[in-house]
Design a protein around this ligand. Sequence first.
Ligand SMILES: NC(=O)c1ccc[n+]([C@@H]2O[C@H](COP(=O)([O-])OP(=O)(O)OC[C@H]3O[C@@H](n4cnc5c(N)ncnc54)[C@H](OP(=O)(O)O)[C@@H]3O)[C@@H](O)[C@H]2O)c1
Length: 236
Amino acid sequence: MAQDRGLVVIKGASRGIGRALARRFEEAGHPVLAVARTPAGGEGAVAADLARRDGVAAVVAAVRARGMPVEVLINNAGMQAALDLTAPEAEREADTVAVEIALNLAAPILLARALLPLMRQPGATIVNVTSLVSRHPKPSAPVYSAGKAGLASFTASLRHQLAPLGIRVMEAVPPLVDTAMTEGRGRGKIPPEAMAEAIFEGVAKGRPLVAPGLARRVLLLDRLLPGLVAGILARS
Ligand SMILES: NC(=O)c1ccc[n+]([C@@H]2O[C@H](COP(=O)([O-])OP(=O)(O)OC[C@H]3O[C@@H](n4cnc5c(N)ncnc54)[C@H](OP(=O)(O)O)[C@@H]3O)[C@@H](O)[C@H]2O)c1
């Protein structure tokens, strides 16, 4: 059974949501290619900096070396940097801006394109992990918010382009998840394993959108009462 399964490629699998995803798919018998700059180790780990073009190429080479079709590609790796454009040091942060856009937005686009010929057609799934900031930008993290909004938009275009090939494209919108990214802030965080389970189930059921907990409630309110959440956030 496991031999029939294609490869699950998970970006950002050394900790947090990505690591929980790698464990969940492995538990279900899938071969996993776990990508990070400092991978957690194990047979399926690949070291690659996805903010760099050669990092994307390294992932493609590793997939080719495994010699099996990609069944699931999860664009999960991400970073969030604070940026105050009015601060004098903002100019010095140009490199961080470029890296953030490369990792959060360009890498999912480049990897989807590069891995397309190596994907199971029909039957593969691409998962792009966005954020609620794609709909409600966070003032202190404007580049992160813009990158996630771009990724959400790209996800919708890609879904239409790949439908004729039988490749599903899913957006995963996490609520606040208890990981290194959210250390020391926020309340009511869900464990990374709960987010991983929601994505795993969404892939199995072929859902176009996965948004557990608070994320689902915010997206629902946005549909039913447009402007309400934005108004609450503006006053907070
Ligand atoms: N946590 C939340 O509440 C939350 C909410 C909304 C959306 N998200 C999104 O969910 C995704 C996962 O977040 P998380 O909270 O699990 O983050 P995390 O704990 O900080 O983990 C990020 C992962 O990305 C990898 N990574 C970072 N920079 C990389 C690079 N240049 N090249 C390759 N891999 C890189 C990290 O490994 P290395 O450092 O070893 O490279 C790590 O495995 C992100 O896209 C994030 O924006 C998270």
